[in-house]
Design a protein around this ligand. Structure first.
Ligand code: NAP
Length: 699
């Protein structure tokens, strides 16, 4: 297969400079890769101008919708990707992680993008900051897409997931991308990218693909561009020192190699579930993807008293591992991606063996299911043992990116923590134990050096997802050596592709810039009660002001009787006065919320379908018997959810007779679109609205 590139609006076929890529299983040439002849400066400009302009015209929701459509599309063409991936040495299980995991990541980003970002082109960060006494000058942080291009340089181990986990946040943020897969598995990434191009989901210029060298691309980067790199520490350091990257302060996100640790807690001796879970996890980690995972456990830290027992347990489990071709259904571990990679791992094991001894496996010889004809990059799992880990260096610094781990003993929790932290910053670590005191102490001790800490015990054993859980909306990235602490997990990943800016001005200007109404901005008097207006016709800023209602002592007592809430501040004058906050008995906060609803709710069947909850509720001033309250209800923000309905965020402010604010909150409702407003007659199939997946109650 000749792997092509996709740049400047079309496929580019190189004529020279090919690198042959061989099957990890049988050594056949499976692909030829070259990027010769690409004009990189032109491709970058094309992405920025054509793709970037098109993406920036869309809202976060529109872009997230495209990511979802891609996920649906890819779900239909998985078979080809699986078949190609076997030649990278990946077993069916490994492929599931890469291909299905990648598709699930798209779904997850698309859903989070629509839930956690507005249907707008500007994202808001944090609350409005008052900057003046009279409230006419305020400030707020916003995020807007960077106007450059994002170059995604990926590692070879997960050609699909690696591409998709970076594509989704960049596209949702509104940045065009240029993907550069690693050469050893570029043909799998290419097959995936061909499908992306065929789908025509993304606007012209927003996605480009370069197989092979990146040529002089990095030399043309500007301060609006982003590089997101996954790979080794040494390549990362070299790329970051490119003159243009350094001089133009190009944002460089690095996910690098990592000497991850697993610690068995002092009380988790032989016979406890955690001891067995630890052994099981080590074997799973070093055999999945033949240990070529950035999250793989490289250092297994065990109380010295149990080290021998742990070693023999691991050996017993590893003897059951069947190394072989992914196309052989008996194989439980595949091959390394290439001979070069296997040579590299063998060399690293030699380095490690200067400080540790091999207690299982042979880095040179391996039994391959069905026989080894010498053409596959197979390797046996290898366990080393380092008895003096605090005196050792290589075991904490040399990453053998294959089925390799090192056992090491510790005496006391402080020593276990010190050993784990010798990795100088890792993606993740795990702690296996059930004793709260020691587990808590270990977690606190290792957290500053790790992006993620996984605590495994008998309670979560069945459902825990292991060191490498790419689907979790949690931090993916680590401090120090592992990359510098960039947080890629969840929707936070989107913000790497945007610029955070402080905007200061009048409340009205902040409203128009952010498309979210805030107090102090103009109120748009509603032509009719806003509860009568369908979702798409409601205007942000539309305001309803209620009549006034007196709060009486009888109301407070009835509410106390009815709900059973007889807290002294509502029922006992003397006790209430003893509180530093009250001059006497006060109304319940929940009574005020109920009265507020009574003042603004329009009871008839109409567009408002359900109450979805309250946010940011504050009771700011006590309400005493005889006080009179009224409500201002303003449409603060609208978020489309489904064709049938959308979410409306209302700003609700409760005032007393002196115009003091006594309570403030955001109310969330689900409102029907015009076509789906329920009618007074029995709803037909067509206009019955399903909100089952939202947690809602009546208004
Ligand atoms: P690598 O050799 O560092 O290569 C990574 C990427 O950089 C590849 O796409 C490679 O392309 C590219 N590259 C190399 N030199 C370049 C240059 N001068 N200009 C532009 N691009 C260049 O790493 P790898 O062998 O693919 O992957 C294994 C490493 O990745 C391990 O160390 C592992 O720990 C790490 N990793 C980390 C994470 C994480 O999330 N932290 C995840 C996965 C892997 P070519 O293949 O064409 O050379």
């Amino acid at each position: 297969m000749r792997v092509r590139s996709y740049v400047n609006g079309g496929w580019h076929e190189a004529r020279s400079g090919f690198t042959e890529v061989r099957s990890a299983i049988d050594g056949r040439v499976v692909a030829e890769v070259s990027s010769d002849g690409i004009d990189f400066a032109k491709a970058l400009a094309y992405g920025r101008n054509v793709g970037g302009n098109a993406l920036r015209r869309m809202t976060f929701h529109e872009r997230a919708e495209m990511v979802k459509r891609l996920a649906l599309r890819l779900a239909d063409c998985k078979d080809r990707l699986y078949e190609l991936s076997y030649d990278t040495g990946a077993t069916k299980k490994d492929c599931f992680f890469d291909i299905d995991g990648g598709i699930m990541t798209l779904f997850s980003f698309a859903s989070k993008g629509r839930r956690e970002l507005p249907n707008a082109r500007v994202a808001i960060d944090g609350a409005l900051e008052p900057l003046s006494k009279e409230g006419t000058f305020v400030g707020r942080h916003i995020y807007t897409p960077r106007e450059g291009i994002a170059i995604h340089i990926n590692a070879y181990n997960f050609p699909c997931w690696g591409m998709l986990e970076k594509l989704a946040p960049a596209i949702i943020a509104g940045m065009p991308i240029l993907v550069k897969p690693a050469t050893p598995s570029a043909y799998v990434a290419y097959a995936l990218f061909e499908e992306i191009v065929r789908s025509q989901i993304f606007p012209e210029g927003s996605v480009q693909f370069v197989a092979g060298s990146l040529g002089d691309a990095l030399e043309h980067l500007s301060g609006q561009d982003v590089v997101s790199f996954t790979g080794s520490h040494s390549t990362s350091t070299a790329l970051q020192s490119t003159a243009a990257v350094r001089e133009n302060a190009v944002r460089f996100i690095a996910e690098q190699d990592s000497l991850n640790a697993a610690i068995l807690a002092p009380e988790a001796g032989p016979g406890t579930p955690e001891f067995d879970l630890f052994a099981k996890e080590i074997v799973r980690e070093i055999t999945a993807k033949a240990g070529q995972r950035c999250t793989c456990i490289r250092r297994a830290i065990v109380p010295s008293a149990y080290l021998d027992e742990m070693q023999s347990t691991l050996v017993g489990r590893l003897q059951k591992v069947v190394v072989g071709s992914p196309r052989d259904e008996h194989a439980t571990m595949g091959a390394l991606v290439s001979f070069a990679q296997r040579d590299d791992v063998r060399a690293r094991v030699e380095e490690l063996a200067r400080e540790a001894r091999i207690v299982y496996g042979d880095p040179v010889h391996v039994n391959v299911a069905g026989g080894d004809d010498g053409h596959g990059a197979f390797m046996s799992p290898v366990v080393l043992r380092c008895d003096k880990p605090l005196a050792a260096k290589a075991v904490h610094a040399v990453e053998a990116f294959g089925p390799v781990t090192t056992l090491m003993p510790y005496e006391g929790i402080a020593e276990a923590i010190a050993i784990a932290n010798r990795g100088e910053g890792s993606l993740c670590a795990s702690v296996f134990g059930y004793n709260a005191d020691s587990v808590d102490e270990i977690v606190r001790g290792i957290a500053p050096f790790h992006g993620r800490v996984l605590v495994v015990d008998r309670d979560c054993a069945k459902e825990q997802t292991g060191h490498g859980s790419p689907l979790a909306p949690l931090v993916h990235g680590g401090p120090g050596r592992a990359g510098g602490g960039e947080e890629m997990g969840g929707v936070r990943g989107v913000f790497h592709y945007m610029q955070r800016t402080a905007v200061q001005g009048s409340p009205q200007r902040l409203f128009t810039v952010t498309a979210q109404w805030n107090p102090g901005a103009a109120e748009d008097p509603a032509p009719r009660h806003p509860f009568e207006i369908p979702f798409e016709s409601l205007r942000v800023g539309e305001t309803f002001r209620s009549a006034t209602r007196e709060v009486t002592l009888a109301d407070i007592e009835r509410f106390a009787e009815f709900t059973g809430d007889k807290f002294y501040a509502h029922m006992d004058e003397a006790a209430a006065k003893a509180s530093p906050f009250f001059k006497g008995r006060v109304a319940h906060g929940y009574l005020l919320l109920s009265f507020a609803a009574g003042l603004f709710v329009k009871p008839e069947l109409g567009p408002v379908l359900a109450n979805y909850g309250l946010d940011s509720l504050r009771f700011l001033k006590p309400v005493y018997p005889g006080d009179r309250v009224r409500v201002r209800l303003t449409v603060k923000e609208k978020t489309p959810r489904k064709p049938e309905y959308g979410e409306v965020r209302w700003s609700v402010t409760l005032f007393n007779q002196d115009d003091d604010v006594v309570a403030q909150y955001d109310l969330l409702t689900m409102n029907a679109t015009k076509e789906h407003v329920p009618s007074a007659v029995i709803p037909s199939e067509a206009n019955a609205v399903s909100v089952v997946e939202e947690s809602v109650s009546g208004v």
